[in-house]
Design a protein around this ligand. Structure first.
Ligand code: HEC
Length: 153
């Protein structure tokens, strides 16, 4: 092999490592919980608009913390009543959102840690269950509308 061919080959392991790091992972996203809270969630959760549980309100957070970290985070990610899905933004990843929930819980009497990939997978499963339920409810509504439309023919 000539020197001109061999030299670029030396880069190969390095390039492969880079590709591995660039792959999406559950832990994707560098923003801390505090950063996300202060830029996204704080608009509603500082003032308690529309009954958003205020950070620091231990009484409001106690039953939420009781639900468990993966359950509460999964439900909040897909949206709960006046709580918009993903906090109303597509600018944050699931890991960043989950860190924000943990940060809010820590400020309200809990001791939740920033989730690792194992906990994030549990959050994904919980969010998925919620979505399946919502999709079934919407399909039932759609069937009802279709049946109603048939009566008009
Ligand atoms: C536009 C206002 C708004 C923004 C922005 C918002 N929330 Fe909320 N959030 C709410 C409201 C309102 C509720 C209460 C929903 C209810 O129980 O009816 C809530 C509830 C929650 C809950 C409890 C969910 C449950 O199961 O009861 C969590 C956790 C939460 N928010 C996390 C977040 C995080 C994290 C962010 C930022 C990434 C965020 N929220 C941004 C309005 C907001």
């Amino acid at each position: 092999m000539s020197y001109r061919v061999r030299l670029p080959l030396l880069w190969l392991p390095f390039l492969l490592c880079q590709a591995a790091y660039a792959q999406p992972s559950l832990l994707q996203g560098n923003k801390s919980g505090e950063q996300v809270y202060k830029t996204v969630c704080h608009a509603c959760h500082e003032t308690g608009v529309a009954h958003a549980p205020k950070v620091g309100d231990r009484a409001a957070w106690a039953p939420l913390i009781e639900e468990g970290q993966h359950v509460l985070t999964g439900h909040a990610w897909v949206g709960v009543r006046a709580m918009p899905a993903r906090g109303g933004t597509t600018e944050i990843t699931l890991a960043e959102f989950a860190r924000a929930v943990a940060y809010m819980a820590r400020g309200s009497g809990g001791n939740w840690k920033d989730p690792d990939s194992k906990l994030l997978l549990q959050i994904v499963n919980e969010a998925d269950k919620r979505l399946v339920k919502a999709i079934k409810e919407q399909q039932a509504m759609q069937r009802e509308l279709h049946n109603l439309a048939k009566t008009a023919r």
